[in-house]
Design a protein around this ligand. Structure first.
Ligand code: NAI
Ligand code: MG
Length: 484
């Protein structure tokens, strides 16, 4: 399982009070490893180390950008060297199929390459202010960052924050989700091997209220970057307001997936299904509200049902598996609860698959894919994030109708549009209030580009150069050249 101790100030440590908790294999329900149950005292040690490493210039000020760049590129190389182990660890800890985990870890390596490149290219500006002065606008690291990540893409979500933060010159305390702490602990080992100095990168494992909360209130933390549920996001924003900590929030969604009648169905049907059922539906940007133009509704529903019926549930480690278990018993119960909600509010359950019959998987947290037909966007299954393999299909009449429906949500993370008509595609893309819009695709999130939500899907942006801003302050240095 690799290292199971936390990583604080360059040392492998247990929790100060010696407590531990278990992380499980969601395919079998069995214990994978025991890891430290971090709490305020551990967070304080980690933050103190990160503060020292920031303030004494161990990372941000004294280490040349080139050295930071080289270290991040070395991390990328080490991720590639350990690719198979990391893939297996991720599959075992969070349940996703091998092919999905390969995609994640490959992107983790690229993330360190990409931001390794940026470390030497962060520069400011010299706006003109008249002949007798010079104004230098410079970028500086924001300081000590608390990075709180979820369990659906454990190592990828961690890398998505760690890589730009380190490139910007920040020092960090990473708090992985309690369900999936193992690849974060591996990342610490990789950072150390790559030459990240002690104190710059710390990992504290544990539960949100115990190991996450102290990061929000610790006066030596400058910035919190969080990916997870909207409710915890609101709590973080409110708590961080007390010290005006900088906050980046990547929250959930109820993203529309719009299929126009003229779409190329050989792409639209599998793409739409992958957008809801991929990663077991445990995706913040899942296109879980599927709007289908009325004239093709029956055919599209039949085709999506056939696609869903071909999904093969099983252990993520089995190469034939296309859908693994949900991450925890709690998440399984929450998702099954929504299937009951859909039935009780009168939606038609058009399809529901089977869970695996293999006795070895009898205690796994499997939920079979389900497709609901809804006649209204007002049902709870059309409004609330389910975060599991549950699709809600709703018919629409025309562009105006579907744009209104698509925007009738508190969220605004993503949207997918399937059509051959480029004008209609772009017109719809402009009208949808969401941070990411895909045309004739669903879910790609290239690290070079941009990610983030409108409305209650978040605050701030990640990926690409945009993520760097989240870890930088901007300063003006004004020089009087007139000698007066
Ligand atoms: P969560 O939002 O509670 O957990 C995400 C992270 O926040 C974890 O590391 C957790 O330990 C931490 N956390 C929780 N409470 C905290 C606190 N008071 N202070 C600091 N950190 C805290 O999400 P959870 O409970 O695992 O899942 C519930 C629902 O949230 C899911 O069903 C899904 O709808 C949504 N979710 C959305 C994600 C996304 O990618 N946008 C990822 C995970 C969950
Ligand atoms: Mg686990």
């Amino acid at each position: 399982m690799g290292p199971t101790e936390m990583y604080i100030d360059g040392a492998r440590v247990g929790a100060a009070d010696g407590r531990t908790f278990d992380t499980l294999d969601p395919a079998t329900g069995s214990v994978l490893a025991s890891v430290p149950r971090g709490a305020a005292a551990d967070v304080d040690r980690a933050v103190t180390a990160a503060r020292r490493a920031f303030d004494d210039g161990t990372w941000g000020a004294a280490v040349a950008e080139r050295e930071r760049s080289r270290i991040l590129l070395r991390m990328a190389e080490l991720v590639r060297d350990r690719f198979d182990e990391l893939v297996e660890l991720e599959v075992r800890d969070c349940g996703k199929p091998l092919a999905d985990a390969r995609g994640d870890i490959d992107e983790v390596a690229f993330m360190f390459e990409y931001y390794g490149g940026w470390a030497t290219k962060i520069s400011g500006d010299i706006p003109p202010v008249g002949p007798d002065a010079m104004s230098l606008v410079v970028k500086e690291p924001v300081g000590v960052c608390g990075l709180i990540v979820p369990w659906n893409y454990p190592m990828l979500m961690a890398a998505q924050k760690v890589a730009p933060a380190l490139a910007a010159g920040c020092t960090v305390v990473l708090k992985p989700a309690e369900q999936t702490p193992l690849t974060a602990l591996r990342m610490a080992e990789i950072a150390e091997t790559a030459g990240v100095p002690a104190g710059v990168f710390n990992v504290v494992t544990g539960y949100g209220p115990e190991a996450g909360e102290p990061l929000l209130t610790h006066p030596a933390v400058d910035k919190i970057s969080f990916t997870g549920s909207r409710d915890v996001g609101i709590h973080i924003q409110r708590t961080c307001a007390a010290q005006l900590k900088r906050v980046t929030l990547e929250l959930g969604g109820k993203s529309p997936n719009i299929v126009f009648a003229d779409a190329d169905m050989t792409g639209a049907i599998p793409g739409t299904c992958a957008g809801v059922f991929g990663n077991q539906g445990e995706v913040c940007s899942a296109g879980s509200r599927v709007f289908v133009e009325r004239s093709i509704y029956d055919d599209a529903l039949a085709a999506m049902t056939a696609e869903a019926a071909a999904i093969r549930l099983g252990s993520g480690l089995d190469p034939a598996t296309t859908m693994g278990p949900l991450v925890s018993a709690e998440q399984r119960d929450r998702v099954l609860g929504y299937v009951d909600v859909g039935r009780s509010e009168g939606a038609h359950l058009a399809f529901q698959g089977d869970v695996p019959t293999d006795p070895a998987l009898a205690n796994g947290y499997f939920v079979a894919p389900a497709i609901f037909e809804a006649t209204s966007n007002d049902l709870r299954i059309a409004r609330e994030e389910i975060f599991g393999p549950v699709m809600t299909v709703i018919p629409f009449a025309d562009v105006d109708d579907v744009v209104r429906l698509a925007n009738d949500t508190e969220y605004g993370l993503a949207a997918a549009i399937w059509t051959r008509d480029i004008s209609r595609a772009l017109r719809t893309a402009k009208a949808v209030r969401a941070g990411v819009v895909w045309i004739n695709d669903s879910q790609p999130a290239p690290s070079e580009s941009l990610w983030g939500g409108y409305k209650q899907s978040g605050i701030g942006r990640e990926l690409g150069p945009y993520a760097l801003d989240a870890y930088l302050e901007t300063k003006q240095i004004y020089v009087n050249l007139g000698g007066r």
